[in-house]
Design a protein. Structure first.
Ligand SMILES: Cc1ncc(COP(=O)(O)O)c(C=O)c1O
Length: 393
């Protein structure tokens, strides 16, 4: 099994892939000669059924404007029912090209300039730019690191949610980059606070399928049902199946008013156009992807173990914050570097490993770095050895 995920096709020209592109590597790491383990994009060959389906579309020779019919949406609904026991209603589903497009549209459509939007750093760095890009104010509710695991600060959340200007929260669930899969109890508390303070819940669940065996993903829409319908969920098959450049994302809301507003925004700004390949891809992965995803999850879980063992044995100064899901790992470098300058010197110049500095993700991320592990294990092992050598020589 692992042989498939271990396979790295060298012959593929990756120079236009963002992850491998000279321009990105140079601007982020000051060099193109680093192992590119940064952006949350995977380097596994996709499931065989998907390649077959794409070939069939290619052979068709016709790529017109296409509709997302109920036949296309049904596999997505079935996936959520089977995989997560979440019931999505077909008429609550909308589509845009990406999760970030959907989030930006929702914030711009449903909040006003100057409104506060809560995020929980260390968190996916694009959220901040997105909020500021539409002239809203970022409100930080920082996560706390307690005995090697991250927790939410509910007292602070209560305070921030109660501020007059606060209108929404972007919940990252599961949470990138620290790999928490929030429990039902935690989500219940967040929901309670947001409902009590009339805070719109924007729940980014793009990583919902990347959850390891000891944890269980709980959807925020499920928690909210019965409490309130002030919720919009954002998702995509991009991370689950390693196809962010292929598929559209989806938006789900039980709230008729939000749905109408977003539908109108999508029409007015022409955000809903997709392509023939993406439509068939979504149907294929959600219909046939369960076993392939299970194998990928088990491979990723082994990769996490491999990293943990390596660090404990060879590099105990660097600590792994054990992820419960996502394919990012959050590494604590505080013992080996005292500043961002020292850490980038160590990782990018000495070790030649391109991973995201923690400060990108928050004010409280300094001293940490995020490594994308959705790559063949030999690549990850090489990177670990390079870091170990850089620390110890
Ligand atoms: C939490 C989270 N949301 C959104 C995205 C981006 O999704 P999309 O490419 O669909 O905009 C990412 C990508 O890494 C992510 O980690």
């Amino acid at each position: 099994m692992s042989a498939k995920f271990d396979k790295y096709k060298k012959e593929i020209d990756r120079s236009t892939f963002i992850r491998y592109s000279d321009s990105y590597l140079n601007s982020l790491f000051g060099s193109t000669k680093v192992a590119p383990l940064w952006v949350a994009d995977s380097d596994f060959i996709v499931m065989p059924e998907l390649v077959k389906a794409m070939k069939k579309v290619a052979k068709r020779g016709l790529y017109p404007y296409e509709l997302k019919t109920p036949a296309i949406k049904q596999p997505l609904i079935d996936w959520f029912t089977k995989r997560h026991k979440i019931k999505l209603k077909m008429d609550g589903l909308l589509f845009t090209s990406s999760v970030l497009t959907g989030l930006a549209a929702a914030i711009d459509e449903l909040t006003s300039e100057g409104d506060g939007i809560i995020i929980q750093p260390p968190v996916y760095n694009a959220f901040k730019g997105l909020i500021e890009g539409v002239e809203r104010k970022v409100v930080f509710n920082q996560l706390k690191l307690v005995d090697g695991a991250y927790e939410m600060d509910f007292d602070d959340l209560k305070k921030k949610a109660a501020e007059k200007k606060t209108k929404a929260i972007i919940l990252c669930s599961p949470h990138n980059p620290i790999g928490r899969v929030w429990t039902r109890k935690e989500l219940e508390k967040v929901a309670e606070i947001c409902v009590a303070n009339n805070v719109l819940m924007l729940t980014d669940e793009i990583h919902c399928d990347i959850v390891f065996s000891k944890s269980k993903f709980v959807g925020m829409t499920e928690i909210y049902s019965g409490k309130s319908d002030q919720i919009i969920m954002f998702g995509s098959a991009g991370k689950s199946f390693g196809i962010p450049g292929l598929v559209d994302s989806f938006i789900y809301t039980p709230n008729e008013e939000y749905k109408k507003a977003l539908q109108s925004r999508i029409m007015r700004f022409h955000l809903g156009k997709s392509n023939s390949f993406g439509i068939v891809a979504m149907k294929t992965v959600y219909k046939h992807g369960h076993k392939w995803l299970d194998k990928k999850l088990s491979y990723l879980e082994k990769t996490v173990l491999m990293i943990d063992e390596f660090l404990k044995k060879h590099l105990p100064e660097v600590k792994l914050i054990k992820p419960e899901g996502t394919y990012q790992v959050w590494l604590d470098f505080n013992e080996v570097a005292k500043s961002d300058e020292e850490l980038s010197e160590l990782l990018f110049k000495k070790a030649k490993v391109g991973i995201g500095l923690g400060s990108m993700y928050s004010p409280n991320g300094e001293g940490f770095a995020r490594m994308n592990i959705a790559s063949p294990q030999p690549m990850i092992m090489d990177a670990l050895k390079q870091i170990e050598k850089a620390v110890h020589v």
